[in-house]
Write a protein that binds this ligand. Structure first.
Ligand code: 13P
Ligand code: SF4
Length: 304
């Protein structure tokens, strides 16, 4: 079967079986083309509450499928590649966060959405990269314990000087690996290019950027900009999608290492076989869903 034939068959099967396909922007072009909705983490979580279908296939990583299940426990939820996890989501345990929280009894515990359902259940509110600054600003607490991403946390702290932000440890191994020297080299090679980076990158990289934003914010910025050239400091798929969408503009990938191996576990044939033959459902304990949901609901309310 060709890619085109497989995509046609997926379109037919998802209608026949009443399945909604959600895909994170870090998925390949072939996968995003068969999705009902593509977006960043915040947009996917919002969309998950709106999809009328009885089943959802999440093309992304496990915490994203768990978020869909938490928001719509009545739906059957499948992860396109069951092994796809986000390494950052596993970096802090519930016990470690609870012990740290004791040091700041009046703080709000803010969890990046890239966390396990268990961790969300003991936090006050979730945030995504596009909503973190907005949500932290709107919280009544002055003191914030931000987990787990120290780079996003430091970015939030800088944008919210009125808050005291405590960090622990944790980062995205993909974005945190980008070096300032790589960016300086890219800027020297492409002096007219605008620099777009994700806030999961280190401060030394972020401070050289023209736009710091989530995957969606980066894409929107590049599309709206009058500039013709862009250095893109986020996962490699964003450059791929932008090159398809804006053939008259040039996009330069900041670092060859910006590939999320987990996001790349999904192939078009995984989605096809899941639709045709079924697969393992994402299951979460009912009490856990209830606790974790409060945290995500607050994110959807404050983050609009
Ligand atoms: P966004 O989808 O918020 O841009 O986050 C990127 C990411 O790393 C997802 O895991
Ligand atoms: Fe996790 Fe980083 Fe991959 Fe996003 S890009 S899923 S934060 S490892």
């Amino acid at each position: 079967m060709t890619v085109f034939e497989m995509q046609k068959e997926i379109e037919r099967l998802k209608r026949e079986k009443d399945v909604c396909i959600l895909a994170h922007t870090y998925q390949s072009q072939a996968v995003t083309e068969i999705a009902d909705f593509t977006g960043d983490s915040f947009a996917l979580a919002t969309q998950a509450t709106k999809a009328p279908q009885k089943s959802v296939i999440m093309c992304g990583v496990r915490f994203m499928a768990e978020t869909v299940k938490i928001l719509s426990p009545e739906k059957k939820v499948y992860l396109s590649a069951p092994r796809a996890g986000c390494p950052m989501a596993e970096q802090l345990s519930v016990e470690e966060v609870l012990a740290e929280k004791k040091k700041y009894p009046d703080c709000a515990v803010v969890a990046y959405v890239n966390t396990t359902a268990e961790l969300k259940a003991v936090c006050d509110v979730c945030v995504t990269s596009s909503s973190a600054v907005r949500i932290v600003k709107s919280l009544p607490q002055k003191e914030i314990l931000f987990v787990p991403d120290c780079n996003l946390g430091a970015y939030v702290a800088e944008k919210c000087p009125e808050k005291t932000v405590h960090l622990m440890r944790g980062c995205c191994p993909v974005h945190a690996a980008v070096k300032r020297e790589e960016l300086l080299k890219a800027k020297a090679l492409h002096p007219d290019a605008a620099v777009l980076v994700h806030p999961e990158c280190k401060k030394e990289v972020i401070e050289l950027a023209d736009c710091v934003g989530s995957t969606k914010e980066i894409i929107d910025y590049a599309k709206a900009s009058e500039k013709r050239e862009f250095i893109v400091g986020t996962e490699i798929s964003v450059c791929e999608h932008l090159s398809f969408d804006c053939p008259d503009k040039r996009f330069y990938q900041l670092s060859k290492g910006l590939i999320c191996a987990d996001m790349k576990l999904t192939s078009l044939s995984d989605v096809y076989h899941l639709l045709k033959c079924g697969g393992e459902e994402v299951e979460l304990d009912g009490a856990l869903v209830e606790k974790a949901r409060k945290c995500i609901d607050k994110m959807l309310t404050y983050g609009k």
